[in-house]
Design a protein around this ligand. Structure first.
Ligand code: FAD
Ligand code: NAP
Length: 546
């Protein structure tokens, strides 16, 4: 931490004063602003981006689209908005989702209270005033009673630690910071590093243009065809009618934030033919949840999980013609679902193209990046372009990258040095009046995030409104209540197969990051009930001061 950062900013001259300071103009920050305004509470949103949309502002790589169906991956808080907006595809592409975010900002006239191209690097709690002082990259010093981090769970990009990255003389792209004007790879020799969701979506489209494409794979991923398609007028009408008759409520009460039938059987108590038919039905319709959630034990029992894994590996071998390449693409080192499974369009088929090569980093590691390309332990490869699809410092990265200091000047990064600790993923002991949207130990990334975002924003705004009505100065997670929630969240997580994978869910992709299961896997519906119950019991576990 620099000297400047170590200095307290709470005495600095305030240039803006609001009730609620919001960091992030993604779907969370936008809805929060709208909701607070409706309650007559002043708020201002700040974002490092030049526009709204968060994830969908930044991730403009070819093929970027949602993998939760658009009819589910959309706001549910306003029935007119629901009825007037029409999604073009089952999984709509990034430009359309960004257009939707802009439409929402226009429709609810959010623009006057949002400030862009402005990064928040420092936020300190002033214990005398019970207010947050927040400093922006533009020099504003904002004083706010409440400080809400709507900074996103997958918004802090993570580049790999490869030697001499800066020496490369060709063009370097990051999926998360894709140029707005797009990239033409025609005739170019391209390297893609990574085989997560971003890579799996972009590789087939990059391959369509590139003269040569080399994919560097460290961990093969489980992916299945999205079966994406245009939505028909009939489907849209049906979806919009369903919105009016409880469809969204079903999503709110569901396990993953998407209304699907609850599994009742173990994968091991049905015949192989029945199991294969069920997996095949999921596979044919791009229904990821049918594979990982179709039986009660896929995410809990290795033997059950192996059945799903075997099914997907057999599919990979069916599609990929070269048996060595097929085997390299088959994941064996983690159970299905314990790293985020992917939905793709022609991903495995891409490896049948003569100009596409797969480098298995488990056999041959990257030794360094050179001015002309990438050296591995076995060959020196030349490229014009390198694409980093290497993911994020997930769930905590965007929080701890800010110098956030709570009571006693304790900073969040230090408070979380052994792993994040929150009460319900909403608040952190020692950081009064600070809220995290879809924070660690909430369902967050294990759900349709639109549903989880709305639930958190509703809870936070209810709490802020309750404080306003009762003249309360601070709210803070009780230490014991927080410890109990962390213990419960860990217990539920450890009962699953998730800890078996080196995943970003476990913090394993960031060197030195404590290895803990970050989200809460108790289910979206049950989690909502717990949050509602806390409120019904007078905000049990949260301490208020006058
Ligand atoms: P974000 O959209 O991440 O927005 C956070 C904003 O905060 C960003 O604009 C960022 O610039 C800003 N910010 C962060 N730190 C600072 C700072 N210090 N100062 C100023 N500004 C800051 N989820 C699903 O449920 N379904 C999907 O299909 C799906 N697809 C995804 C595809 C991709 C490529 C990625 C990366 C994620 C996907 N997600 C998906 C998760 C997605 O992040 C959430 O669904 C949702 O968009 C998050 O909204 P948010 O507002 O919470 O955060
Ligand atoms: P990711 O899933 O974390 O994938 C990063 C990839 O880079 C992994 O294959 C990783 O390998 C590899 N990698 C990292 N460092 C490396 C290194 N030093 N050398 C070689 N390979 C390296 O990141 P992402 O693809 O950006 O996706 C992140 C999350 O965002 C997803 O899980 C999903 O939740 C969301 N997302 C969703 C969609 C969608 O379909 N809607 C699209 C994109 C993203 P290891 O696995 O070995 O670490």
């Amino acid at each position: 931490m620099s000297d400047v950062m170590e200095k307290s900013i709470t005495g600095e001259k305030v240039t803006q004063k609001v009730d609620v300071m919001i960091v992030g103009a993604g779907f969370a920050g936008m809805y929060l602003l709208h909701k607070l305004r409706g309650l007559g509470i002043s708020a201002r949103v700040f974002d490092a981006a030049s526009g709204v949309g968060g994830t969908w502002y930044w991730n403009r790589y070819p093929g970027a689209r949602c993998d939760v169906e658009s009819i589910n991956y959309s706001y549910s808080f306003d029935s007119d908005l629901e009825q007037e907006w029409t999604w073009s595809e089952k999984y709509s592409p990034q430009p359309e989702i960004l257009q939707y975010a802009n439409h929402v900002a226009d429709r609810f006239n959010l623009w006057p209270d949002m400030q862009f191209d402005t990064r928040i690097d420092v936020a300190h709690f002033n214990e005398k005033e019970n207010r947050w002082t927040v400093k922006t990259s533009k020099g504003d010093v904002v004083s706010a009673q409440h400080f809400v981090l709507a900074v996103g769970t997958l918004s802090a990009p993570k580049l790999p630690e490869i030697k001499n990255q800066e020496s490369f003389k060709g063009k370097v792209y990051e999926t998360m910071k894709w140029p707005h004007e797009g990239v033409d790879f025609t005739g170019r020799r391209v390297a893609v590093i990574g085989t997560g969701s971003s890579a799996i979506q972009s590789i087939p489209l990059i391959a369509e243009q590139a003269a040569q494409l080399t994919v560097f794979q460290r961990t093969p991923n489980f992916s299945m065809p999205a079966s994406n398609r245009k939505l028909s007028a009939e489907e849209t009408t049906k979806a919009k009618a369903a919105y009016k008759t409880g469809y969204r409520q079903e999503a709110r009460e569901s396990g993953f934030g998407v209304p699907i039938p609850v599994a009742t059987q173990s994968a091991l108590e049905v015949t192989e033919a029945e199991r294969t038919a069920a997996f095949q039905a999921g596979w044919d319709t791009g229904n990821l949840v049918a594979i990982i959630g179709g039986y009660t034990d896929i995410l809990y029992d290795k033997e059950a999980n192996d059945k799903a894994a075997d099914f997907i590996r057999a599919k990979i071998r069916e599609v990929v013609k070269d048996p060595v390449v097929a085997e390299t693409l088959c994941p064996y080192n983690h159970p299905v679902g314990t790293k985020r499974p992917c939905l793709d369009t022609n991903y495995y088929q891409t490896y049948n193209l003569p100009h596409v090569k797969l480098v298995d980093l488990l056999k041959t590691g990257i030794t360094e990046i050179t001015p002309n390309g990438i050296n591995t332990t076995t060959e020196n490869l030349e490229f014009d372009d390198i694409v980093f699809a290497t993911g994020f410092d997930a769930m905590t990265g965007s929080l701890v990258r800010i110098d956030i200091r709570g009571r006693g000047g304790v900073d969040l990064a230090t408070a979380w040095k052994d792993g994040p600790a929150t009460l319900l993923g909403l608040q952190v002991t020692g950081f009064p009046n600070m809220f995290t949207v879809t924070g660690p130990q909430s369902p967050s990334v294990l759900s349709n995030m639109m549903i989880s975002i709305e639930q958190h924003i509703d809870w936070i705004t209810d709490c802020i409104s309750h404080m306003k009505d009762n003249g309360l100065a601070t709210v803070e997670a009780d230490k014991k209540a927080q410890a109990e929630w962390v213990e419960h969240s860990n217990e539920v997580g450890m009962a699953t197969l998730y800890p078996l994978a080196n995943s970003w869910y476990m913090g394993a992709n960031v060197p030195g990051k404590p290895r803990v299961f970050l989200p809460y896997i108790g289910g979206v519906g049950p989690y909502r009930e717990i949050c509602d119950d806390v409120v019904a019991k007078g905000y049990k576990g949260f301490n208020f001061s006058k």
